[in-house]
Design a binder for this molecule. Structure first.
Ligand SMILES: *Cc1c(COP(=O)(O)O)cnc(C)c1O
Length: 449
């Protein structure tokens, strides 16, 4: 937006990018891939970025740093929570010790998640919380006298993280299975559940498609129940596997079928949790209470890496009554006090902030602002759910070109595959949302129109 070449900001961005290149790996990127942008400043919904060519940009953040920075950058309450805890102690081991930040945060999570999720395991990233959830399910089945049940039923198009067990339940084609042939456990997969769209605040799908999908689910579980420990899903919105919004009836059916066959239901709310889809947790779209839930990403308001796995008292009791008695996991930085403190403050802020109204306003704003993209030649579909807006192209996005074009319109986006998408911070104003929508439409039209 604002071009300030040759300012000291521009010079420091250029030199930072030069030092980064060839030194640092970035997510899913070659060492000599497209140059990153340097962050010069971040506050509220604004990022000031510098490019390798010396251009600087003042951009509205459309990404919440991958679903996490829901209250924006440098929120005074979160900054204060972090500093106050740093003044007490930044970290202590969790083996044999406990502390106020962990206990308080666990109490908050149990109170706000669906009734019945009563126990909390803190992990240091979303992927690790998924690993812990999978371990728990296997330990549970063994505790129930069913040691043969070690496989998982997952959804095509799913994404659950980058560690090995988490990768094994990601989409087997789009996931990274082919790169690590014999190392990734073989799981069972169901087709993506039928697409749903928002109509008057409800998610609506084709009933015939839903019935057919439920039949596939039922048949698959009936056939393989003796090998299956749990069904693992992202509820209603599949994120990094393609931003697919699906029928809540599919999730409700997974709950029923799991119950009928002694499987656990693991719901991965790492992306969808804390209001993002318009419900506090996306499983609420289906009125479903899982046995195990993973949360992460927005948990700390985007400040520090922390995730949590919650489970029901019934599942926990089986572990406690088993010969091992313990859940077999224990990271060094488990329940890090800085992360727990800032997460507590972030959840308080969420509760006080009127998130439901804010997410609703963002949803309506994105509907209006992204609608013009439907007229662009290369666009296949535009969809919005809660504070998530997706422009799906008919082919792969030119990531570098769309990113740059959006920055020229004052918006930071990070497209992937055939998707240009946004999940703005909840503090975004109506004007921020309008700028994001207009920037995405203009960038897509310029590069793919
Ligand atoms: C991001 C994500 C993960 C992995 O979390 P990390 O903190 O990146 O390890 C797992 N599941 C879902 C649904 C996610 O969106």
């Amino acid at each position: 937006m604002h071009s300030l070449p040759d300012s000291s900001d521009a010079r420091s961005a250029r030199s930072l990018i030069a030092r980064d290149r060839g030194l640092l790996w970035h997510p899913y990127a070659p060492l000599d891939g497209d140059a990153p942008y340097a962050v010069l400043h971040a506050e509220g919904t604004r990022l000031t970025l510098g490019a390798a060519d010396g251009t600087t940009f003042a951009a509205v953040d459309a990404m919440s740093s991958w679903w996490s920075a829901i209250h924006g950058y440098r929120h005074p309450r979160l900054d204060r929570a972090l500093l106050e805890q740093a003044g007490r102690f930044s970290h202590v081991m969790f083996g044999g010790l406990t502390h106020e930040p962990a206990v308080r945060l666990a109490e908050q999570l149990v109170a706000m998640t669906p009734d019945g999720l009563d126990h909390v395991f803190f992990a240091d990233s979303g992927s690790v919380s998924v690993e812990v959830a999978l371990k728990l399910a296997v330990q549970y089945q063994r505790g129930c006298g069913r040691p043969g049940r070690t496989q998982f039923l997952a959804l095509r198009g799913g994404y659950h993280g980058d560690t090995f067990a988490a990768m094994s339940v990601c989409d087997p084609v789009d996931g990274m299975h082919a790169a690590f042939p014999s190392l990734i456990a073989e799981q069972r997969f169901l087709p993506r559940p039928p697409a749903a769209r928002l109509v008057d605040g409800e998610l609506v799908a084709d009933p015939a498609e839903v019935a057919a999908w439920v039949e596939t689910l039922t048949a698959s579980v009936a056939r393989h129940a003796d090998e299956l420990a749990a069904i693992v899903v992202e509820p209603v919105l599949q994120g990094a596997g393609g931003m697919h919004v699906y029928a809540p009836e599919a999730l409700a059916a997974a709950r029923r079928v799991a119950d009928n066959h002694g499987l656990l239901l693991i719901v991965d709310e790492i992306a969808t949790g804390f209001g993002r889809t318009g419900r506090l947790f996306a499983a609420e779209w289906a009125g479903v209470v899982p046995d195990i839930m993973c949360v992460g990403k927005a948990l700390t308001g985007g400040y520090l890496t922390l995730a949590a796995m919650l489970c029901s008292a019934r599942v926990a009791r089986v572990i406690t009554d088993s010969p091992l008695r313990a859940l077999l996991h224990g990271p060094t930085f488990m329940a890090n006090p800085l992360a727990c403190s800032v997460a507590s403050a972030s959840l308080e802020l969420l509760a006080e902030s009127g998130w439901r109204e804010r997410v609703g306003r963002i949803e309506r704003g994105l509907e209006a602002a992204l609608a013009p993209a439907r007229a662009v030649a290369g666009v296949r579909e535009v969809r919005v759910l809660g504070a998530v807006g997706v422009v799906e192209l008919s082919g792969p996005v030119d990531v570098a070109a769309v990113t740059r074009a959006a920055l020229d319109h004052g918006v930071w986006v990070r497209p992937f595959r055939n998707l240009v998408y946004t999940m703005p911070p909840y503090i975004s104003s109506a004007e921020d949302v309008a700028v994001i929508g207009a920037g995405i439409c203009a960038a897509v039209a310029r590069v793919h129109g």
